[in-house]
Design a protein around this ligand. Structure first.
Ligand code: SF4
Length: 107
């Protein structure tokens, strides 16, 4: 199944928010179990449609984070659904692009 028109539209909205300077929490990256829990528990407090806060707390970027072997992008994240171009971690559930990233990236 490909990306739906509603997701395509929201993906554009998210891109615009990030391009127009939405401040997001890029660091600390969530590498430890404790750091992941901290970010995820904050995301769980949000309303499902509070996209802006989701982007801010998860630290979304329009480019991969890091370089070379350390590069983190949605396309290599365990939560990324390729055909739908969708992030399926329950606390986000957002349409994304393969080159985007966030600080709870997981391989
Ligand atoms: S959790 Fe993974 S797929 Fe979802 S936005 Fe973050 S990097 Fe992308």
């Amino acid at each position: 199944m490909d990306s739906s028109p509603a997701d395509d539209s929201l993906r554009i909205e998210i891109k615009t928010l990030l391009e127009t300077g939405l401040k997001v929490e890029l660091e600390p990256r969530a590498y430890t179990h404790q750091q992941i829990l901290e970010v995820v528990s904050r995301l769980q407090e949000l309303e499902d449609n509070d996209y802006q806060s989701k982007l801010q707390i998860a630290g979304f970027t329009l480019d991969p984070w890091g370089k070379g072997d350390d590069e983190q992008a949605c396309e290599t994240c365990m939560y990324y659904k390729v055909h739908q171009k969708f992030c399926e971690i329950p606390e986000l559930m957002l349409p994304v692009e393969p080159e985007w990233s966030c600080r709870i990236w997981r391989i």
